[in-house]
Design a protein around this ligand. Sequence first.
Ligand code: N01
Length: 559
Amino acid sequence: METALIESRPAQSGSNTQYDAIVIGAGFAGMYMLYRLRQLGMRVCVYERGDDVGGTWYWNRYPGCRCDIESLSYSYSFSPELEQEWNWTERYAAQPEILEYAKHVADRFDLRRDIRFCMTVTAAMFDETSNQWEVISSDGTCARARFLISAVGCLSAGIVPDFPGLNEFKGSWYHTGNWPHEPVDPTGKRVGVIGTGSTGIQFSSAIAQSVGHLTIFQRTPNYSVPSCNAPLNPEELAEAKSNYRSIRAHCRYSKVGIPYVGNEKKAIEDTDRSRERNFEAAWNGAGFCFVLSYSDLLLDIKSNRTAAEFVERKIRETVKDPETAELLVPRGYPLGTKRLCVDAGYYQIFNQDNVSLVDVRTSPIESITTTGVRTLNKDYDLDVLVFATGYDAITGPLLRMDICGRNGRSLRRKWQGWPQSYLGLMMEGFPNLFTITGPGSPCVLVNMIVSIEQHVEWIADCIASMERDGKQTIEPDVEAECSWTDMVDEIANSTLYPLTDSWYTGKNVTGKSSRFTPYAGGMGPYRRYCEEIVEDGYRGFQFDRDLRQTQGAALNSPN
Ligand code: N01
C-alpha cells in the first residue's frame, strides 16, 4: 500500500550542510530511496549530476534506445495509484517514455525539492569522531550526513576507447551514454558506429534507414534475438492493471524479476524436434526471455550450443551476403554470457546497400583521423562517429568517487583485487554506506527496478530499526563479507558466465581485475536470504562497532 508522506524538513543549501541522509543519484534507485527516507521523517539530500531525474534514461537518449524488459514490469510497484494512472503504450518502452515516467514520478511525489541537480559527488569520507559522512561535490561544497546511500547505477560510467587522433576528428562524435539533448539528425550522413553490444545494435537498427551510409565497426559479434515489440492495446493494459498485485508478487520472488514463467525442462534432455519448436516459439515472442526457453541454457555448455546454433542459423537465413553473415555469427563464447541483445530488425539491415560491416578484430582500428576511422586495412570517411563502446560496469560508477571509510581506508584500495561486499549492500570498514545494486547483488542479472525496490526497502527498514534501537552505525563483519563474496563466486562458477570476457566480468576495462561480480542465484533466493538475515537480528552485521575491534579487523583484513 502507498503510505502517506510524512512532511520532511527541507534540504538546506550552501556549504557544510547537515542532513540525516545523502543519496547519490536521482535515477530510479535514488528517487525511490528519497521517497522512503522521507517517510522516516529524515532530512535528505539527493545529489544528481544531470539537470533532471531519470539516471540511465536521462543520459541514454540515442535513437533506438529502449528497455529490453517489458514496460509492465519495468516500473515501480510501490504505489498502486501510480500503477493505475500511468499508461504504457508499448510492450517495451522507448527511452522518451521511460524518462517521462521518471519525471512524472518526481512530480507526483514532489521529489525535486530535495534533489540538487548538476552536482557531481567527487569524494566522501567517514568521520569516525562524529559518525558522519562528509560528502564533497563538484562545486567544492561539503555536506554531512549520518547515512550515505549510493544510487549511482551499474551502467553509468561510459568508456570512450583511447584511440589516437579523436581530438582531430572534424565531424561530430558522441558516446551513446552521454547523448546530446538537442536532436542529432543523421539523415543522409555518413555515420560510423563502434561497438555491437545492446546499444550499438539498437542504435544501428534505428538509424539504418535514414542515414546516407552506416558503417558498423564490429570487434565481437553478439547474439541478438527479435524483441517482438508491439503497441500495448487497451485490453492488455486493463488486464495488467487489474492484476498488478499478483504480477508484482510473482516478480518479487521470481528468478529474474519478471512475470515470465521459464521452462523448467533442460534443453539437453529434449528431442531435436521439440527443441526446435520451442526455440522457434521463443524467437517469435519471448524477446530477452529467449534465454529462459530452457532451464539449463546458462548452466550447460551443450544445451547452450543448441540455442546458439538456432540463432546462428537465423543469422545465416536472414543476412543475404554469406560473407557478412559469417562475420555476424558469434564464435567462441556461450550465448547469453555476454548479455543477450534484443533488437528490432538488426540482422535485416545488413541487406541494405547503405550498411556495411567492418571486422575490427582482423583489421583493428588504428586511429581516428580528421575525416573518420583508420583501420589497419582501410580509411573510412565519416560525418558522425558514435561510440557504443559500453561501460566500466557495476563498480566503475562507485570508484569514480574517492570514497574513504574508517581509518581513511579507500574503497578503491579495498576493491583493488575484487569488489568485496556483504549482500552487495554494504562494505566492512564503511559504516552507514549503502550501495543500491552494488557488486555482489543480483543487479544487472534481473529486472533492475525489482532489484532496486528490494534494496531500497531493505535499507529503509534497516535505518528505521537503527532509529528505533538507538544505534548509530552499521557495517558488516569481515567474515560475513568474505563468505558472501565466496558464495557469489561459487554460484557464478556453477554457470557459464565466467567463461566469457564481458562487462559482467570487468574484462572490457583495461587494468580492471576480472571477476564475475553479480549474484547469479536469482532475485527470489536473494530476497529470501536478505529477509533471513534481518530475521536473524542482522546476522553478519555489527551495530556501533567498537573501534578497538575495528583496528584488529583492519590489521587482519586481506584488503
Ligand atoms: O555495451 P557493451 P553496451 N574497439 O559493453 C565494443 C545495457 N543496455 O552499451 O565485445 C572496438 O555490451 C565491444 O566489443 P567487444 C545492457 O545490459 C540495456 O552495448 O569488447 N570495439 C562491444 O561490442 C547491455 O548489455 C539496454 O569485443 C570496441 C561494444 O563496444 C549494457 O547496457 C539497452 C572497443 C560494447 O558493448 C551495455 O551495453 C542498451 C574498441 N576499442 C544497453 N571497445 C536495454 O534495453 C569496446 N568495443 C535496457
